[in-house]
Design a protein around this ligand. Structure first.
Ligand code: C5P
Length: 468
């Protein structure tokens, strides 16, 4: 059970010194991660500080390592706030910054670090930080503690949680502290919740495009194949146009929606896990009322994908600008990035799924060799999508891609239907250490970087830990 009161109390105990820094014109640096949850949470903390008149700067980093900590410390800010980062480097931060820092995070950390007053971590407040509290939700409660008027920032908490795939409650709902933030957004009339088909672009795209864009769940033969979906839907007799204009999924009647899912069920046929894949197409849909209906921002899941694309494609600042409210040039740039991101992912998926030598199955472990065909920036989303596919929903999927300096980037995910318990964060950390690399992350999603020469011993170490 989430201890919301405990969390708010902790923040309230920290707020006076933050306010003192703000009023004293002290230089504050907010450092956040480049994924969507990082962009949302960093923007929430930054907005809350700026609203108080702070002299604050927001910076994004792909990862925090000891060298980055030293470089940041050399810039001599008066206060550092790390968001969605840093949890494994608390002692380095303590050594470099003394009392001048705060860490707001949801990654699982050691008991000793949980006891540090400057570390506000979801796990210390009765929450599974991988499922019930993203960093954006943690940042949102910081913002509210700073000023109760900041409840408008709740929508970013919802976007961050969905982008981090924390919609793991019944019907793909948000739970825990994420839910508390969601309810605040509902109360302010910023967001509504409905139960519906959850195709990507359900409000904005022609029906066939929405089906082809949907990768969670991965619909074999349909995801990424607009033309194949169009041909299939023509056969089904669904009215795809209204006058000259394409219809969207949200404009279909209940009967038509049923026909659509039956048609997709027919196409997926006897594919293993197809029934579960279809069932997972229904669930909680989160609509942001103040966003333009014809942008990806309207649907909170798509908003999250847009931000992830900015982070992964090397333009996190565009994502931050969108989070901070830019709906002109930044949004245009983000939408272009999203389209490039999707086409990069589709090409990578095609390359790995069309070459049997690239996918090895060892019992419940699947190894995906993306070297040379999957850009390391896109490895995480590619492995997430494959893990959501009917064939691998009950597996642990570990992918690799070439990285700079003769290294391999590793991404790993656990399928929703995996029968057993596994902590990938731990598996990645231990296996990477044995292979002279570094690794870590959450129980259900984690990653690593290892020397290329250690690929085989790393795979063996992972296989031994995942087991039969
Ligand atoms: O890169 P990828 O999406 O596969 O990362 C999955 C999760 O693992 C992310 O939450 C990331 O922050 C975490 N991770 C980590 N340490 C690493 C690599 C990834 O904590 N060395």
């Amino acid at each position: 059970m989430a201890d919301l009161e405990g969390l708010l109390q902790r923040y309230r105990s920290l707020v006076p010194s933050v306010i003192e820094s703000v009023l004293g014109g002290k230089r504050i640096l907010v450092v956040t991660h480049i994924d969507a949850d990082g962009l949302c949470s960093g923007s929430v903390v930054f907005s809350a500080l700026m609203r108080k008149g702070a002299n604050a700067t927001l910076r994004t980093v792909p990862d925090l390592d000891p060298k980055t900590v030293t470089d940041l410390a050399a810039q001599n800010y008066d206060l550092y706030i790390f968001v969605d980062l840093a949890s494994t480097l608390i002692s380095e931060i303590e050594a470099a910054l003394g009392g001048r820092y705060l860490v707001i995070d949801h990654h699982e950390i050691s008991e000793a670090d949980l006891g540090n007053r400057a570390v506000v971590n979801a796990w210390a407040f009765g929450c599974d930080g991988g499922k019930e509290a993203c960093s954006s939700a943690m940042a949102y409660f910081f913002a509210v503690a700073l000023d109760p008027a900041n409840t408008d920032l709740s929508t970013l908490a919802v976007v961050g949680a969905l982008a981090d795939r924390q919609d793991s409650g019944p019907g793909r709902s948000l739970t825990g502290l994420n839910r508390v933030a969601l309810e605040a957004a509902q109360r302010r009339g910023l967001l509504s919740v409905s139960n519906d088909l959850m195709f990507t672009g359900r409000e904005t795209r022609p029906v066939h495009e929405a089906v082809a864009l949907t990768s969670n769940p991965f619909l074999k033969g349909l995801t990424g194949s607009k033309d194949a979906v169009l041909a299939l839907l023509h056969q089904s007799g669904l009215e795809l146009k209204d006058g000259g204009a394409w219809r969207t999924i949200s404009s279909l009647s209940d009967d038509e929606k049923r026909r659509l899912t039956e048609t997709i069920a027919g196409a997926l046929g006897a594919e293993r896990g197809a029934t579960e894949a279809l069932a997972s197409l229904f669930g909680e849909v989160y609509t942001l009322h103040f966003e333009d209906p014809f942008t990806p921002l309207r649907d909170a899941r798509e908003f999250g994908t847009l931000l992830n694309s900015c982070g992964r494609m090397g333009v996190p600042s565009i994502g931050v600008s969108v989070c901070l409210g830019d709906r002109s040039s930044a949004l245009k740039g983000a939408m272009k990035t999203l389209s490039e991101y999707r086409s990069g992912i589709n090409k990578a998926l095609d390359a790995v799924t069309s070459d049997p030598a690239r996918i090895e199955q060892h019992g419940r472990l699947v190894l995906v060799k993306g070297e040379g065909v999957v850009d390391e920036k896109l490895l995480g989303p590619v492995i997430s999508i494959l893990t959501g596919s009917p064939a691998f929903k009950d597996k642990v999927v570990v992918g690799s891609a070439s990285s700079r300096g003769d290294a391999l980037k590793i991404s790993s995910r656990v399928g929703d239907l995996y029968d057993g318990s596994v902590n990938l964060g731990l598996i990645m950390r231990e296996s990477a250490e044995e292979a002279e690399g570094v690794g870590g992350g959450h129980a259900m999603a984690a990653g690593a970087k290892i020397p290329s020469s250690k690929a085989e011993s790393f795979s063996r170490a992972v296989a031994a830990r995942v087991g039969g």
